[in-house]
Design a binder for this molecule. Structure first.
Ligand SMILES: *[C@@H]1O[C@H](CO)[C@@H](O)[C@H](O)[C@H]1NC(C)=O
Length: 256
Protein backbone atom coordinates (compact mmCIF):
# COMPACT_ATOMS: atom_id res chain seq x y z
CA UNK A 1 0.00 0.00 0.00
CA UNK A 2 1.21 3.46 -0.77
CA UNK A 3 -0.48 6.48 0.66
CA UNK A 4 -0.41 10.11 -0.19
CA UNK A 5 -2.13 12.43 2.23
CA UNK A 6 -2.47 16.17 2.39
CA UNK A 7 0.31 17.34 4.65
CA UNK A 8 -0.95 16.37 8.04
CA UNK A 9 -0.25 13.79 10.66
CA UNK A 10 -3.93 13.45 11.52
CA UNK A 11 -5.01 12.84 7.91
CA UNK A 12 -2.21 10.32 7.45
CA UNK A 13 -3.09 8.45 10.64
CA UNK A 14 -6.82 8.34 9.88
CA UNK A 15 -6.18 7.17 6.30
CA UNK A 16 -3.82 4.45 7.48
CA UNK A 17 -6.22 3.24 10.14
CA UNK A 18 -9.13 3.18 7.68
CA UNK A 19 -7.18 1.18 5.11
CA UNK A 20 -5.97 -1.30 7.73
CA UNK A 21 -9.51 -1.68 9.09
CA UNK A 22 -11.30 -2.06 5.75
CA UNK A 23 -8.82 -4.21 3.79
CA UNK A 24 -6.65 -7.24 4.45
CA UNK A 25 -3.26 -5.55 4.17
CA UNK A 26 0.03 -7.43 4.33
CA UNK A 27 2.20 -4.36 4.86
CA UNK A 28 2.49 -0.63 4.36
CA UNK A 29 5.04 1.08 2.10
CA UNK A 30 4.58 4.79 2.62
CA UNK A 31 6.30 7.33 0.37
CA UNK A 32 6.60 10.97 -0.59
CA UNK A 33 8.93 13.93 -0.41
CA UNK A 34 10.56 15.50 2.64
CA UNK A 35 12.83 18.24 3.85
CA UNK A 36 16.46 17.33 4.47
CA UNK A 37 18.18 17.86 7.83
CA UNK A 38 21.33 15.82 7.10
CA UNK A 39 24.18 17.89 5.60
CA UNK A 40 25.76 14.67 4.31
CA UNK A 41 22.92 14.13 1.85
CA UNK A 42 21.98 15.99 -1.33
CA UNK A 43 18.82 17.45 -2.73
CA UNK A 44 16.95 14.69 -4.57
CA UNK A 45 18.39 11.75 -2.61
CA UNK A 46 15.79 9.14 -1.71
CA UNK A 47 16.05 8.21 1.96
CA UNK A 48 14.88 5.06 3.72
CA UNK A 49 15.20 5.55 7.51
CA UNK A 50 15.37 2.73 10.07
CA UNK A 51 13.45 4.70 12.71
CA UNK A 52 10.77 7.38 12.82
CA UNK A 53 9.53 9.64 15.60
CA UNK A 54 6.74 12.14 15.99
CA UNK A 55 8.64 15.15 17.32
CA UNK A 56 5.85 17.70 17.73
CA UNK A 57 4.22 16.39 20.91
CA UNK A 58 5.57 18.77 23.52
CA UNK A 59 5.31 19.73 27.14
CA UNK A 60 5.90 23.48 27.13
CA UNK A 61 7.61 24.44 30.34
CA UNK A 62 6.55 27.40 32.44
CA UNK A 63 8.91 30.38 32.48
CA UNK A 64 11.26 30.20 35.46
CA UNK A 65 11.40 26.39 35.51
CA UNK A 66 14.34 24.43 34.13
CA UNK A 67 15.75 20.97 33.45
CA UNK A 68 15.88 20.16 37.17
CA UNK A 69 12.17 20.86 37.67
CA UNK A 70 9.56 18.19 37.26
CA UNK A 71 7.09 18.74 34.41
CA UNK A 72 3.35 18.96 35.05
CA UNK A 73 1.86 15.43 35.17
CA UNK A 74 5.34 13.90 35.10
CA UNK A 75 4.81 12.10 38.39
CA UNK A 76 1.71 10.34 37.02
CA UNK A 77 3.70 9.09 34.01
CA UNK A 78 2.06 11.35 31.43
CA UNK A 79 5.16 13.34 30.57
CA UNK A 80 8.88 12.79 30.76
CA UNK A 81 12.17 14.67 30.65
CA UNK A 82 13.92 11.61 29.19
CA UNK A 83 13.92 12.68 25.52
CA UNK A 84 15.15 16.24 25.86
CA UNK A 85 14.19 19.82 25.17
CA UNK A 86 14.62 22.89 23.03
CA UNK A 87 15.61 26.07 24.83
CA UNK A 88 14.38 29.17 23.04
CA UNK A 89 16.99 31.53 24.48
CA UNK A 90 19.73 29.46 22.78
CA UNK A 91 18.46 31.01 19.54
CA UNK A 92 18.45 34.66 20.51
CA UNK A 93 20.12 36.72 17.80
CA UNK A 94 22.37 38.90 19.91
CA UNK A 95 25.98 39.21 20.96
CA UNK A 96 24.60 39.34 24.52
CA UNK A 97 23.40 35.74 24.25
CA UNK A 98 23.19 33.69 26.52
CA UNK A 99 22.67 36.31 29.19
CA UNK A 100 19.32 37.05 27.55
CA UNK A 101 16.45 34.95 28.83
CA UNK A 102 13.35 34.12 26.78
CA UNK A 103 9.78 33.97 28.07
CA UNK A 104 9.07 31.05 25.74
CA UNK A 105 11.48 29.06 27.97
CA UNK A 106 11.73 25.34 27.01
CA UNK A 107 9.71 22.74 25.15
CA UNK A 108 10.21 19.10 26.12
CA UNK A 109 9.77 16.33 23.54
CA UNK A 110 7.24 13.69 24.51
CA UNK A 111 6.60 10.11 23.40
CA UNK A 112 3.19 9.15 22.04
CA UNK A 113 0.75 7.21 24.16
CA UNK A 114 -0.01 4.04 22.26
CA UNK A 115 -2.39 1.10 22.66
CA UNK A 116 -1.06 -1.81 20.56
CA UNK A 117 -3.60 -4.48 19.59
CA UNK A 118 -1.53 -7.11 21.43
CA UNK A 119 -1.34 -4.99 24.61
CA UNK A 120 -3.64 -4.99 27.60
CA UNK A 121 -6.82 -3.03 26.78
CA UNK A 122 -6.90 0.41 28.44
CA UNK A 123 -3.26 0.10 29.52
CA UNK A 124 -1.15 2.66 27.70
CA UNK A 125 2.37 2.27 26.48
CA UNK A 126 4.71 5.01 25.26
CA UNK A 127 6.73 5.23 22.06
CA UNK A 128 9.04 7.84 20.58
CA UNK A 129 11.35 6.01 18.13
CA UNK A 130 9.63 3.33 16.09
CA UNK A 131 11.63 0.87 13.98
CA UNK A 132 10.49 0.08 10.47
CA UNK A 133 9.87 -3.57 9.61
CA UNK A 134 13.28 -5.33 9.84
CA UNK A 135 12.61 -7.53 6.79
CA UNK A 136 11.52 -4.58 4.62
CA UNK A 137 14.57 -2.66 5.84
CA UNK A 138 16.96 -5.49 4.89
CA UNK A 139 15.34 -5.67 1.46
CA UNK A 140 15.63 -1.89 1.01
CA UNK A 141 19.43 -2.14 1.37
CA UNK A 142 19.48 -3.94 -2.00
CA UNK A 143 18.40 -0.66 -3.61
CA UNK A 144 21.48 1.44 -2.73
CA UNK A 145 22.73 1.28 -6.32
CA UNK A 146 19.31 1.77 -7.88
CA UNK A 147 19.59 4.35 -10.65
CA UNK A 148 17.63 7.55 -10.10
CA UNK A 149 16.83 10.30 -12.54
CA UNK A 150 18.91 13.49 -12.28
CA UNK A 151 17.14 15.61 -14.91
CA UNK A 152 13.49 16.43 -15.41
CA UNK A 153 14.06 17.37 -19.08
CA UNK A 154 16.98 18.12 -21.40
CA UNK A 155 18.03 21.23 -19.48
CA UNK A 156 16.75 21.04 -15.87
CA UNK A 157 19.08 18.84 -13.79
CA UNK A 158 19.94 18.48 -10.09
CA UNK A 159 23.48 19.63 -9.13
CA UNK A 160 24.39 16.04 -8.12
CA UNK A 161 23.16 12.63 -9.23
CA UNK A 162 20.59 11.55 -6.62
CA UNK A 163 21.05 8.25 -4.79
CA UNK A 164 19.10 5.93 -2.53
CA UNK A 165 20.33 6.55 1.04
CA UNK A 166 19.67 4.08 3.85
CA UNK A 167 19.66 6.33 6.93
CA UNK A 168 19.29 6.04 10.66
CA UNK A 169 16.28 8.22 11.38
CA UNK A 170 13.50 10.48 10.14
CA UNK A 171 11.04 12.59 12.06
CA UNK A 172 7.57 14.03 11.49
CA UNK A 173 5.45 16.82 12.91
CA UNK A 174 2.46 18.90 11.88
CA UNK A 175 4.92 21.63 11.05
CA UNK A 176 6.04 22.81 7.62
CA UNK A 177 9.70 23.28 8.42
CA UNK A 178 11.34 26.17 6.57
CA UNK A 179 13.76 27.23 9.28
CA UNK A 180 17.45 26.45 9.23
CA UNK A 181 18.06 26.80 12.99
CA UNK A 182 15.33 24.32 13.91
CA UNK A 183 16.36 21.98 11.10
CA UNK A 184 19.92 21.94 12.49
CA UNK A 185 18.63 21.48 16.03
CA UNK A 186 16.67 18.39 14.93
CA UNK A 187 19.68 17.03 13.07
CA UNK A 188 22.01 17.40 16.06
CA UNK A 189 19.57 16.34 18.74
CA UNK A 190 17.93 13.40 16.98
CA UNK A 191 20.34 12.50 14.12
CA UNK A 192 17.50 12.66 11.60
CA UNK A 193 17.74 12.95 7.83
CA UNK A 194 14.23 13.42 6.35
CA UNK A 195 11.73 15.68 8.10
CA UNK A 196 8.13 15.41 6.96
CA UNK A 197 4.52 15.73 8.08
CA UNK A 198 3.15 12.17 7.89
CA UNK A 199 5.53 9.21 8.10
CA UNK A 200 5.61 8.93 11.91
CA UNK A 201 1.80 8.86 12.00
CA UNK A 202 1.69 5.99 9.56
CA UNK A 203 4.43 4.26 11.59
CA UNK A 204 2.52 4.74 14.86
CA UNK A 205 -0.72 3.32 13.47
CA UNK A 206 1.05 0.39 11.82
CA UNK A 207 2.99 -0.38 15.00
CA UNK A 208 -0.19 -0.53 17.06
CA UNK A 209 -1.96 -2.65 14.42
CA UNK A 210 1.12 -4.89 14.05
CA UNK A 211 1.32 -4.18 10.30
CA UNK A 212 4.81 -4.19 8.75
CA UNK A 213 5.81 -0.64 7.77
CA UNK A 214 8.52 1.21 5.88
CA UNK A 215 8.73 4.73 4.45
CA UNK A 216 10.59 6.06 1.42
CA UNK A 217 11.13 9.80 1.40
CA UNK A 218 12.90 11.81 -1.30
CA UNK A 219 14.61 15.01 -0.17
CA UNK A 220 12.90 17.71 -2.19
CA UNK A 221 14.05 20.74 -0.18
CA UNK A 222 16.47 21.75 2.54
CA UNK A 223 13.88 22.63 5.19
CA UNK A 224 15.17 26.12 5.65
CA UNK A 225 17.30 26.98 2.68
CA UNK A 226 20.85 26.60 1.48
CA UNK A 227 22.66 29.21 -0.58
CA UNK A 228 24.36 26.43 -2.58
CA UNK A 229 21.09 25.36 -4.19
CA UNK A 230 20.20 27.56 -7.20
CA UNK A 231 16.67 28.95 -7.10
CA UNK A 232 15.78 27.41 -10.49
CA UNK A 233 16.59 23.94 -9.09
CA UNK A 234 14.09 24.40 -6.26
CA UNK A 235 11.30 24.84 -8.83
CA UNK A 236 11.59 21.30 -10.22
CA UNK A 237 13.28 19.46 -7.29
CA UNK A 238 9.97 18.54 -5.72
CA UNK A 239 8.50 17.02 -8.89
CA UNK A 240 11.68 15.10 -9.71
CA UNK A 241 12.00 13.89 -6.10
CA UNK A 242 8.42 12.63 -6.06
CA UNK A 243 9.08 10.78 -9.31
CA UNK A 244 12.25 9.17 -7.94
CA UNK A 245 10.55 8.21 -4.66
CA UNK A 246 7.79 6.46 -6.60
CA UNK A 247 10.36 4.61 -8.74
CA UNK A 248 12.13 3.37 -5.60
CA UNK A 249 8.83 2.25 -4.06
CA UNK A 250 7.91 0.22 -7.15
CA UNK A 251 11.30 -1.49 -7.01
CA UNK A 252 11.08 -2.03 -3.24
CA UNK A 253 7.62 -3.60 -3.48
CA UNK A 254 8.89 -5.84 -6.29
CA UNK A 255 11.80 -6.98 -4.08
CA UNK A 256 9.52 -7.56 -1.08
C1 LIG B 1 12.61 22.00 -18.18
O1 LIG B 1 12.01 22.09 -16.91
C2 LIG B 1 12.12 23.38 -16.33
C3 LIG B 1 11.62 23.27 -14.89
O2 LIG B 1 10.36 22.68 -14.80
C4 LIG B 1 11.37 24.38 -17.18
O3 LIG B 1 11.47 25.67 -16.60
C5 LIG B 1 11.94 24.38 -18.57
O4 LIG B 1 11.18 25.22 -19.41
C6 LIG B 1 11.96 22.98 -19.17
N1 LIG B 1 12.72 22.98 -20.40
C7 LIG B 1 12.36 22.27 -21.46
C8 LIG B 1 13.29 22.34 -22.62
O5 LIG B 1 11.32 21.60 -21.51
Amino acid sequence: MGSQSCSSNINAAVTTQLLLTLFRIGGVVHFGVAGNANPGLNLGDVTIPFQWSHSALWSWQRYGKGPKDELPLESSGDFTRAIGYLKFSDYTVSHLRPTFDNLLNNVWYQPEEIFPVDGTPEVRQHAFWLNVDPHYFEVSKKLVNFKLQRCINSTACLPTTPKVAIVERGTSGSIYLDNEAYRNFLAHKFRVSPVDMESASVALVCFQQMAPFIAVRALSDLAGGDSKVPAEVETFASKLSAYNAAKVVVELVREI
